[in-house]
Design a protein around this ligand. Structure first.
Ligand SMILES: C[S@@+](CC[C@H](N)C(=O)[O-])C[C@H]1O[C@@H](n2cnc3c(N)ncnc32)[C@H](O)[C@@H]1O
Length: 268
């Protein structure tokens, strides 16, 4: 935006260019929260990548090692939250929307849970610690570097392969093979928190490959920001789901509105 202003300033007379200042200031004030988000997610990250020579996720892991108690999932989650509030930003589900996730897992006691989008494993840890005995979380991450860190973080939190199975692959390759590979006939709970453009396609894949049963819960994060409009439109119009939106705010950013969609599959 500043570059545009500079270009305008060079192309037209200074008097006309100066008239843009109130407009520019209004834009900055109105969208300040988004500028702050951009600053934390892009600019701070690039500077830190350059200064430290490691990725943001690796920096988060170093912080966990020095600030969390091994074997204590709550301590790992709270160290993650501290880092995201006060050091750098990660797109974890966060403590506020995380409580909705915890509650739904506790209340429904699902046995087979699929998570799409592991990242560093924050939400996986929330899910795993709320699961009933004998239940299993299958979490899917396509970025290998994130998956390596998530695996270490699961071990740090005290979870083994019996509780969390980390699958390193894109979701649209995992879903069609899921039944045969993992011997799971139906899913009880699905947490969607990967790229928002994949939500609709993956929901339809779950239907096509017959992985949903009456009562399966699908919780989808960030449906208002960055938003998943096609997914929401499909859910509202297809008649296969009861749905509601839990409104709140973006993880670690109180001033940006966001929400989670909770769907209950009613059978085809
Ligand atoms: C928002 S982060 C997940 C945050 C995590 N659920 C949490 O709350 O801690 C999204 C992650 O999804 C992964 N991802 C995006 N699209 C994917 C796909 N189609 N299949 C598998 N992983 C995907 C990205 O690499 C990224 O690590």
């Amino acid at each position: 935006m500043f570059v545009c202003f500079w270009l305008v300033f060079r192309m037209v007379s200074p008097a006309i260019a100066l008239a843009f200042i109130p407009f520019l200031l209004t834009l900055i004030i109105r969208y300040r929260h988004y500028f702050l988000l951009f600053y934390r997610t892009v600019i701070v990250r690039k500077i830190q990548d350059y200064l430290t020579g490691i990725t943001r996720e690796e920096r988060a892991f170093q912080y966990l090692i020095t600030h969390a108690i091994p074997g204590d999932p709550d301590s790992i989650l709270s160290a993650f939250d501290q880092w995201c509030y006060h050091v750098e930003y990660l797109s974890n589900v966060g403590p506020v929307k995380g409580k909705i996730l915890d509650r739904l897992i506790y209340e429904n006691a699902p046995i087979n849970v699929l998570e799409l989008g592991t990242h560093c494993g924050y939400s996986s840890i929330r899910i795993a610690k709320a699961l009933p005995l004998g239940a299993r979380l299958y979490t899917v991450e396509m970025d290998e570097r994130n998956a390596v860190l998530a695996e270490k973080i699961f071990r740090l939190a005290g979870f083994d392969d019996d509780i969390i199975e980390l699958i390193v692959s894109p979701s649209d390759e995992v879903i069609p093979q899921f039944k045969e590979t993992y011997g799971v006939d139906k899913l009880d709970f699905v947490f969607m928190d990967h790229w928002k453009r994949c939500y609709l396609k993956d929901l339809q894949l779950l239907e096509e490959y017959d992985l949903l049963q009456e009562g399966t819960i699908i919780l989808a994060d960030n449906v208002l920001f960055p938003g998943a409009p096609h997914f929401l439109q499909y859910v509202k119009n297809c008649g296969k789901y009861q749905h509601k939106i839990h409104r709140g705010h973006l993880e670690y950013f109180k001033s940006i509105k966001d929400g989670m969609a909770e769907l209950v599959f009613m059978g085809l």
